[in-house]
Write a protein that binds this ligand. Sequence first.
Ligand code: ZN
Length: 814
Amino acid sequence: MKKFLFLLALAASPFFVMAQPAAEPTDTSWKKKYRATPTKVNDLVHTRLEVRFDYDKAWMYGKEWLTAKPHFYSTDSLTLDAKGMDIKEVAIVKGTSKSALKYDYDGFELRIKLDKTYKGGENYTIYIDYISKPNEVKVKGSAAINDAKGLYFINPKGEEKDKPTQIWTQGETEATSVWCPTIDKPNQKTTQEMYMTVPAKYVTLSNGLLLSQKKNTDGTRTDYWKMDLPHAPYLFFMGVGEFSIIKDSYKGKEVSYYVEKDQAPYARAVFGLTPEMIKFFSDRLGVDYPWQKYAQMVGRDYVSGAMENTTATLHQESAYQNARELTDGIGWESTIAHELFHQWFGDLVTTESWSNITVNESMADYSETLWFEYKYGRDKGDEQNQQDRRRYLSDPNNAKKDLVRFYYADKEDVFDNVSYPKGGAIHHMLRNYVGDDAYFKSLNNYLTTNKFKPGEAHQMRLAFEEVTGKDLSWFWNQWFFGSGHPIVKVDYNYDEPGKAKVIVEQTQTTGKIFKLPIAIDVYTGASKKRYTVWVENKIDTFSFNYTQKPDLINVDADKVMLWAKTDNKTNENFVHQWKYAPLFMDRSEALDYFNRKSMPELAEGLKDKFAPLRRSTVNRLGQSAKFKADPAIIQSIENLANTEKEKTTKAAAIAFLAKTKDTKYKSLYEKNINDSSYSVAGAALTGLKELEPAKAYDLAKKYSSDAKGNLGDAINEVLMAEGTEADFDLLASRYEKMPLSQEKVGASATFAGYLEKVQNISNVKKGIDLIIKFRNLVPEQFRSFVDPTIKGGLTKLGKAKGKEIEDYINAGLK
Ligand SMILES: [Zn+2]
């Protein structure tokens, strides 16, 4: 699973980095509750379902034939998870006959008394006739999905205009049991058959292969899907709706994309790298793609990000991009890689418990780095890894949590910035330590040893130990079974003639001292010598003899360490690092330093070979009073605005120039306002607004029907600043449709500013309602960060409009 929560998106933005974490719940009894792996009394063997849907009631009618067996010890009973169902019949099936069984049902668990005592490994088949009522079930839910309904009816009665009718399911963590009685635990695996009866106009998607389709006389069709390889219940999937199916292939297996019809022209541009990804991951892992097919569907109102249902991944609508958005890059590419990698790590070998989710999620997270590195080069992979580290380090609370976590308040809590980015960054260190060949051979060993079974973090360790011959308990104990990270200070000493000393001090106050294998490169001019050392004490000192004083000593020369570092290098050291040290992180660190010290070398970043560094340099120069007025720098950025190929970097250069308000760039803006990239066009419109507001207003109206991203924001800005009373409907609708985002916080104040111009009181109130509705959607712990902007805008509006409106605002904010 990959989560994209509004809250997380906000938390990742600089505005929110300082946000205080939510207060701990007052009930802390969970701290004493060890989360053991679920006991296997019975094992699932095979699940056969026949389902049809009642769109009016949002119910599903199900008949299930479930084959199970006692795991080891004999038993005469079977307990199934079955949430919020009507259970109509439970029977044991013997050949063609069935006989009723006694059962207890409390709305959560179905406790069945079998017809006799079955021995370990002895199969039996149960028949259950039931109704699933997902909208009526009350289950404590996943943070990702608000409430774990498992089965979702989207616009089932077709009452919402412009929204298709769809059905999709979301099993993780334990919500498949809302629509399918099962042992809903990740350490169970079952083969599966699905007979889905749906209105004939719809297509269906499920796990495995579509083996047959049968037209019924009542206008419905029954699709038969079969998954003949065992997988965990939380990976079951059903999707139903009107979709175009765009087909690719990998080694004769179908690779397909289920998208709404109007998105079909772009489906291949968004998802078309999938076959290459399958080949890359198959080759890297030495385990060929293990399933029958790979389908990806985009579901409406799916707020959970994306989910790796076996052979049938579901994505949220953010996956959709039109041709213009795609000129800025495939926004969903890392998620496509992430869910695909789960088909091995998660689906083929499945975490045995939520405590061990690292064996699913840290791997999927790290696959994003692997894919980017392979496809676009080392810089791109390293940038992804840097983002992982930053996401983990951005919240001090993360340092308190073990990666493998046996104590948690809720199983949903483990899907966090420890299990994902910290785990990914840990695997990056591990790969660097054991070496590429050993790393991928060990992953191969883990997958082949545990395929179609559950796995835990120790099995991953054993797989690495077997391949490398090294004891790796220290690594697993430190990183997987422990918490935190080193906070180091690095100093350099040349007091002794001919001898350079590097002093690494671990300053974290937890008392835990980390053991770290570190590469150190000692530079003289362009040449360097590599030393490998172990940091393992509170203070370690390393000495290097020299004949000529080094220009740079580059500690952690591979730039893999997950640590917070104060590196007391000199200006000259950092300039040398910028010039000679090769990695993305070397250059990024040097530019950070130049920026902090306002050194003119910062402008060198405009020439970096990697676009994101050029872009961040433009942005930083634009934030510096000293640099943004420097004619030479302005000239360099003008050149970049004219020649840059990477669109978002070009847009940053134009945005920089826009702030100069220099009329000589007017033709540059006019030329770029028609650019295919929304980013470039938006920056150009902003530039024009500064010079000719009336013209910008006309253009904003002209382009408002096809404007997303940066162009959409720029149009909102222009229309709200320059618009008249007559523009109210257009502006209110544009504001309302803005996604929940950081941008919308700023737009709220701008919109409030626009409302000052509106005389129609009922429109002013409508506008205020929209702003307050958005503000109230912001989770409480983040309010103090949005309120200065949003309330500030509203207060100003109230003052301008008088008491009636002031009172209206105050009442709304209560
Ligand atoms: Zn995931």
